[in-house]
Design a protein around this ligand. Structure first.
Ligand SMILES: C[S@@+](CC[C@H](N)C(=O)[O-])C[C@H]1O[C@@H](n2cnc3c(N)ncnc32)[C@H](O)[C@@H]1O
Length: 298
């Protein structure tokens, strides 16, 4: 199982790599981006984060010809602490290529896909306790409906949550798909798409950790350092877009004479997101929803 790196050249170009700089790949995955970063680095150093043991083992093999990198098995929400342990308090660029690797999606044992009958797991970090099965079998009607609505924009969230509670215990992905098939029978796409996205986000707390890590990344960046983010759905992209906007605006206190001093921390480099080329998404259909946004620390 191989992961096809998305927006490879574009992401690395926007990182604007200084050969002696310190860089972070927040989402190592199949190491496609890391490998290209390392090709540009001379004396510099790369720190790679992933919380998935399989990704780390895979990436070690991909990066075996290089020496100036360190893989840190951790959720990127601990970015600051983990880098401090390495005596790193300033970085020149950081990349987040969010979501899952193809090998996680395709692995039948991980429960990320609605196309195969497998356990309802969905953990990126295999040491974590909370699984999709625990959420489905223990959360209240309101909690389930909220997850489906907020993280999946699922219009039938209450109906689906009701049926889940009636049918408990749900054990496999197909137990859940049977329910979404009944409720979303009019859907043109797969009936479970939004519910699976929502569960995955809830299991891995993906949106909260993204919001938190963006703040830490800005604190860590040296002047002229780059923050590069590739997102795959509108909820992620909205967070990145709003964050960039906030960090690039000057705060003017109400009822104060307007001071024109620029207090913003970041400059947005990509006013509009960068999309994969037609050539790329024809080659790799999974890249189709990708959006790349870049900001620079002032
Ligand atoms: C889309 S893949 C990255 C692919 C990589 N850029 C490449 O070129 O192969 C995302 C990776 O980030 C990891 N990941 C996602 N969220 C994470 C988080 N909060 N902390 C650490 N790793 C995370 C996933 O386990 C997955 O391996």
């Amino acid at each position: 199982m191989k992961h096809e790196t998305v927006l490879l050249e574009e992401a690395i170009q926007y990182l604007n790599i200084k050969p002696n700089g310190i860089y972070v790949d927040g989402t190592l995955g199949g190491a496609g981006h890391s490998k290209l970063i390392l090709k540009y680095l001379k004396e510099g150093q790369l720190f790679c984060f992933d919380q998935d043991e399989y990704a780390i083992q895979y990436a070690k093999d991909v990066l075996k010809g290089f020496s100036n990198f360190k893989i840190i098995k951790s959720n990127f929400k601990y970015l600051k602490e983990k880098l401090a342990e390495e005596n790193v308090f300033g970085i020149d660029g950081i990349l987040f290529d969010l979501g899952l690797s193809s090998f996680q999606i395709d692995d039948e044992t991980r429960g990320f896909t609605y196309l195969k009958d497998t356990t309802l797991d969905m953990r990126m970090n295999q040491d974590q306790e909370l699984t999709a099965q625990m959420i489905l079998n223990t959360y209240s009607l309101e909690e389930l409906a909220r997850i489906f609505f907020v993280y999946g924009e699922e219009k039938n969230s209450f109906k689906i949550a009701h049926k889940i509670i009636d049918r408990r215990p749900l054990l496999t992905t197909m137990d859940l798909v049977k329910i979404t098939d009944q409720v979303n029978y009019k859907d043109k796409g797969h009936s479970a798409k939004r519910v699976f996205q929502a569960l995955r986000i809830a299991v891995n707390d993906e949106l909260t950790v993204l919001e938190d890590v963006l703040k830490d990344a800005v604190d860590l960046l040296n002047s002229d350092g780059r923050l590069v983010v590739i997102s795959f759905h509108s909820l992620e992209d909205r967070i990145v877009k709003h964050f960039f906007k906030e960090e690039s605006e000057t705060f003017t206190p109400k009822n104060m004479p307007i001071l024109r001093e620029d207090t913003s921390k970041m400059e947005i480099i990509t006013r509009k997101p960068i999309y994969p080329s037609e050539d790329e998404y024809l080659r790799n259909p999974r890249s189709k929803s990708a959006k790349l946004r870049v900001a620079r620390k002032k």
